[in-house]
Design a protein. Structure first.
Length: 632
């Protein structure tokens, strides 16, 4: 079993090395098959690990393996160690399984790109980094995977580095994630200072820090900072929409199924430390609730097809943060799984649309594509229904599980339930706004001119992974049915015991209320966008300030520019003009001029005449002789 876990981890790394060493000796499509094949090997190995664990006693499902001692400093020893337990295997299956489908899709999507080999190598590197993160057997190795995931995402976001916007988006993502990496590292330093170890068993023991103490709060706050940055939650969320500059398979893999859910995994993995600081765990839930509403509102006015789905990702991860913030770890991880299915499906279906319209992403130029791309339309409807949490699709079971946990968590729980219920209405509205604008109505002149069709909408290479995700989006939610069985909670219980959900009348009210709000959002989207309507235009005219606020994304970017970029820019200009220029650049320039002047004078003495050189030598000897006589 442990061998299979190591194979799952290193298979994508082997693909990176093979693609890099082979270079142009292999075709671009072969590089894609290597990357996708490595993901398939990881998935099969993860299934083997899961089957073995399934046959063991629930209390004995934790195994670790160390290849070597990676770092050693005094009594602190850190091994290259992996840990196999229900939580890590749960994530391994999602990362490798959905990752395989997306990498297979990318073979068709990226066909013909001149840098296709580099792209597939980056994707395999990301998959290795993410598997390292979830399989890590200690906090330092987890931090290493955490940082490598950030590096991989930076490389993929600005893959098309000839675009200034892509380069800027990559830098923005890297900087904001680096802030979270720093707080995560500080939390690890505090744990080392307290325990002298980074092993999970040691740092998760209940006597590490006192419940509610300053140390417990600082440790949990540092971990939360890393989680919030990686999962694009308020206030460290602004990098995610800009990251849509990367190719669409990047959006599907990094910004739907894996990387942005790493923060949720971190909170679930370190749940013992968060429960020692209840105020910080509550803060995680509150930030999730705020993100649900903020991202849902912004998504209503976006005109880029991928950005609408990106803001939806932020909102859905907000639900996961609400769950883990309330201690409902099983519900949060369950929604992480179903979200990976339907959000990857939506991104990949959007990629087919973009491909068919010659890389156009503006939904105002789309319309009537339902008849032109029937397969894509059908799978998009499935993804939209799952996202809007309409039964019996996957999102219904996982989202209602979270709301059921919130309804059983007291005053704060009901506040977060209200945010989640409003979020359900917004989700239905912005999701079906997107669907109606893109697929309903008549073909726009732009679409009619640029649309190019293939059999199976984008080719079979892009269609079959989407079809599998569509099936998972329909049936994936039946793993945990609130009124029947809770397989995910039972599986994760040895690692993270979840809070109880509401039952009876309270749960029934929660389910019906959220479903009614979601259907109301879909109905309103149909009234406004499913048929000709002047309501959106009139609404914009009536409340222009609200429209501007949403279009400017609540002015977070402007606030960050005002608080950080502009002061730094002004300070740099001041230091350049009044410090660097006069003290360094000018003095160094004068020194260089003096050296050049002296060299010109010395070069003038070199005439090339032997008699002058002989005279100079004789004069020198004469001077030396006179000095010798005077001294003696």
């Amino acid at each position: 079993m442990i061998t299979a876990a190591w194979i799952a981890l290193f298979a994508p790394a082997a693909a990176v090395v093979a693609i890099a060493l082979a270079g142009t000796a292999i075709s671009r499509s072969v590089a894609g098959y290597l990357a996708a094949g490595s993901a398939l090997v990881s998935f099969v190995s993860s299934v083997v690990v899961f089957v073995v664990l399934l046959g063991e006693d629930p209390e004995e499902r934790t195994h670790s393996s160390t290849l070597w001692t990676w770092l050693s400093a005094g009594d602190l020893k850190i091994g290259a160690e992996i840990q196999v337990d229900p939580l890590s295997v749960f994530m391994m299956l999602i990362v490798s399984g959905v990752g395989f489908l997306i990498l297979a899709y990318a073979v068709g999507y990226m066909a013909g790109d001149v840098e296709e080999r580099r792209y597939h190598a980056y994707k395999a590197l990301f998959l290795f980094s993410m598997l390292l993160l979830v399989e890590a057997g200690n906090l330092v190795l987890l931090l290493a995977g955490w940082g490598m995931v950030g590096l991989s995402s930076y490389l993929l976001i600005n893959f098309w580095h000839h675009r200034a916007t892509a380069v800027a988006a990559g830098k923005k993502a890297f900087i904001m994630n680096a802030f979270g990496d720093a707080t995560f590292a500080l939390a690890i330093f505090l744990l080392i200072q307290r325990t002298g170890s980074v092993e999970f068993d040691t740092v998760f023991s209940s006597d590490v820090v006192e419940h509610g103490s300053t140390a417990a709060v600082l440790i949990a706050l540092g971990l939360l900072g890393g989680a919030v940055a990686k999962s694009a939650q308020v206030p460290l969320h602004t990098w995610l929409p800009d990251a849509m500059e990367g190719p669409t398979p990047v959006s599907a893999l990094i910004h739907a199924a894996t990387m942005v859910t790493a923060g949720v995994y971190l909170v679930a993995r370190t749940n013992v430390l968060f429960e020692l600081a209840p105020a910080i765990q509550d803060l995680a839930g509150i930030l999730g609730g705020v993100t649900i509403l903020l991202a849902g509102l912004i998504a209503l006015v976006q005109t880029d097809i991928k950005r609408v789905i990106a803001y939806s990702t932020m909102s859905q991860i907000g639900y996961m943060f609400v769950a883990v913030g309330l201690g409902a770890y099983g519900s949060g991880m369950f929604h992480l799984m179903t979200h990976a299915f339907f959000k990857a499906l939506l991104f990949m279906a959007a990629g087919i649309v973009i491909h068919a319209l010659s890389d156009e992403q503006d939904i105002r130029r789309m319309g009537g594509l339902g008849r032109a791309l029937p397969f894509t339309y059908r799978v998009f409807v499935i993804g939209a229904l799952a996202l809007a949490a309409i039964p019996p699709f996957a999102g219904f079971f996982s989202k209602d599980s979270i709301l059921g946990a919130a309804a059983n968590a007291g005053t704060l729980g009901w506040i977060l339930w209200t945010a989640g219920a409003i979020g359900a209405f917004l989700t239905g509205l912005y999701t079906f706004r997107l669907l109606f604008i893109v697929f309903w109505g008549d073909l726009t002149p732009f679409a009619r001119e640029h649309l190019h069709r293939k059999r199976f909408d984008g080719g079979l290479a892009m269609a079959w992974p989407v079809a599998i995700l569509a099936v998972l989006s329909i049936f994936g939610g039946w793993l945990q049915v609130p009124w029947g069985w809770d397989l995910v909670n039972q599986w994760l219980e040895p690692v993270a015991e979840s809070a109880e959900e509401a039952t009876g009348v309270t749960f029934t009210f929660s389910v019906i209320a959220s479903l009614v709000l979601a259907v109301a959002g879909i109905w309103l989207a149909w009234r406004w966008y499913g048929r000709p309507s002047e309501v959106p235009a009139r609404t914009r005219k009536r409340w222009p300030w609200a429209a501007r606020t949403l279009e400017h994304k609540f002015y977070f970017d402007e606030a960050y520019d005002l608080a950080f970029y502009e002061p730094a820019s002004r300070n740099a200009a001041f230091l350049t003009r009044y410090v660097e220029q006069p003290l360094f650049l000018s003095s160094l320039g004068e020194l260089g001029s003096s050296v050049r002047s002296a060299s010109r004078r010395l070069s003038a003495l070199q005439t090339g005449y032997v008699r002058e050189y002989a005279l100079a030598l004789a004069a020198g000897l004469a001077v030396l002789a006179i000095v010798f006589i005077l001294v003696t």
